[in-house]
Design a protein around this ligand. Structure first.
Ligand code: BG6
Length: 440
């Protein structure tokens, strides 16, 4: 059983109540962690009021028979209201002896990161035994990602920084790499001689919901592709290290991200399709959603084709697509072999592995395992950085994506529209069809 001190910045926010507290509670219930939680937020709640919020927003997710356990868990939570702008508010976090396993979770907007780090450092919370967990978005392009990092790096070493990409905490995403590493048959097939193409889809039926204010300046490329999808792509294609150890895995992912072939400006309009959902049936269009600019040019869908500049992948196309308000919700990667056979990784829903070996299709259900946030928080307590991103990976992803963002900003390529509840615009289908291939 681990013991640890957990400081949460942004404890009354949506992410904290939807993901972080449930993950902490599950880890406690499953006897994996005894946390001592200091929850902080802008709201001037008393301890009692905050516990009431936890009861109404989090407890309901768990079975009534867990009532006693839940009560024990909440006794470990202390609330302090804190304005991130006020250095004196951080005194509530000061302790005479820092717990040797202290995790500080930044569930706050990145514009507050620098300030929070400076104030934390003033009360000694950047000592070597303190670790910080950072939520995305860690920048909106290369320049801002570097600026955020520079402000944090004044106070914390890379070994203290845990950049969360919750997809890397999903068992079914971690499996992408462990299967490759443990299966000599797959390894011998994993190259341009046998593979025709690879496609990854992250489709959601959800629209932007109440997150318009966050999403409109962001868009699908930054929200999903820069992180979750490029990470899945790298796990599928990275040069396998000798051992699956954190520094080696991160290095291999970095090697892969750096070898993404830069998109040529003249090909961008053909290779990268951006689109936005429009009203259809019961669904309003993106521009009519709350907190969205009625003339917004933000993409809620992106489909693109890329290549990897490594000998084993020469000439193999990779197709990635993601969108909101689509016809169905699923996350899948298909590795299509020459001759019509394929291997499909179903990440969600129903994690499974599906192997089409004509004329048979074999399918095997897989355990979904622990919730992603729970796994990642435990990893961070264990100082295991393998499922967290290094700053260099982040920068490599932005280096590759920046030209797309710049072309879009300059309106060099069209924004297409797709009816809410569909699978994207015709142009996204054409991307594969004109090459004799098709999406799932
Ligand atoms: C988040 C994005 O990172 O991932 C959301 O900001 C998206 O827009 C979510 O809905 C999807 O995560 P999951 O685990 O539900 O597939």
């Amino acid at each position: 059983m681990r013991e640890g001190h957990f400081i949460l910045l942004g404890a009354t926010g949506d992410l904290a109540l939807r993901k972080i507290f449930p993950a902490l509670y599950r880890a406690y219930r499953d006897q994996l962690l005894t946390p001592n939680i200091l929850a902080t937020g802008r709201s001037r709640f008393t301890q009692e009021e905050f516990l009431h919020v936890l009861d109404s927003k989090v407890k309901a997710k768990f079975a009534p028979k867990e009532q006693d356990l839940w009560e024990n868990f909440t006794q470990k939570v202390r609330y302090a209201s804190m304005d991130l702008n006020r250095a004196e508010d951080f005194r509530a976090l000061q302790t005479s002896t820092l717990h040797p396993n202290t995790l500080i979770y930044f569930s706050i907007a990145p514009e507050f990161f620098a300030l929070a780090c400076a104030h934390l450092a003033q009360v000694g919370l950047n000592a070597p035994s303190a670790k910080i967990v950072l939520e995305k978005p860690l920048g909106v392009d290369l320049h801002s990602a570097r600026a955020i990092h520079e402000s944090i790096a004044q106070y914390y070493q890379e070994s203290q920084i845990y950049r969360i990409d919750h997809y890397l905490g999903k068992q079914s995403v971690q499996n992408l790499l462990t299967w490759r590493a443990s299966n000599p048959l797959l390894q011998s097939l994993w190259n341009k001689n046998h593979i025709d193409h690879v496609q990854i889809s992250v489709c959601e039926t959800l629209g932007v919901e109440s997150r318009g204010g966050f999403y409109d300046p962001m868009g699908a490329l930054r929200d999903m592709l820069q992180n979750h999808m490029l990470q899945m792509l790298s796990l599928l294609t990275l040069p396998l290290p000798n051992k699956l150890e954190a520094p080696l895995i991160r290095q291999a992912k970095l090697t892969l991200l750096k070898s993404l072939k830069p998109l040529q400006p003249k090909n961008l309009a053909k290779q990268v399709i951006r689109a936005q959902y429009s009203a259809h049936r019961d669904f309003v269009g993106y521009r009519q959603e709350p907190h969205i600019n009625p003339q917004s040019q933000t993409e809620t869908f992106v489909a693109l084709k890329l290549e990897i500049d490594r000998p084993e992948w020469a000439g193999v196309p990779f197709y990635l697509r993601t969108g909101k308000r689509m016809g169905d919700s699923f996350v899948r990667a298909r590795v299509a072999f020459k001759g019509g056979n394929f291997l499909e990784f179903h990440v969600q829903p129903n994690p499974s592995l599906c192997f089409k070996l004509a004329p048979f299709t074999l399918s095997s259900a897989l355990e979904s395992g622990m919730d992603a946030y729970q796994r990642l928080i435990l990893d961070a307590f264990d100082s295991n950085q393998s499922a967290f991103n290094h700053q260099d990976e982040l920068e490599a992803a932005w280096v590759w994506l920046d030209p797309i963002l710049q072309a879009w900003q300059a309106n060099e390529t069209p924004l297409y529209f797709y009816p809410a509840g569909s699978f994207g615009p015709k142009e996204a289908f054409d991307l594969l069809e004109k090459e004799g291939r098709a999406w799932f």
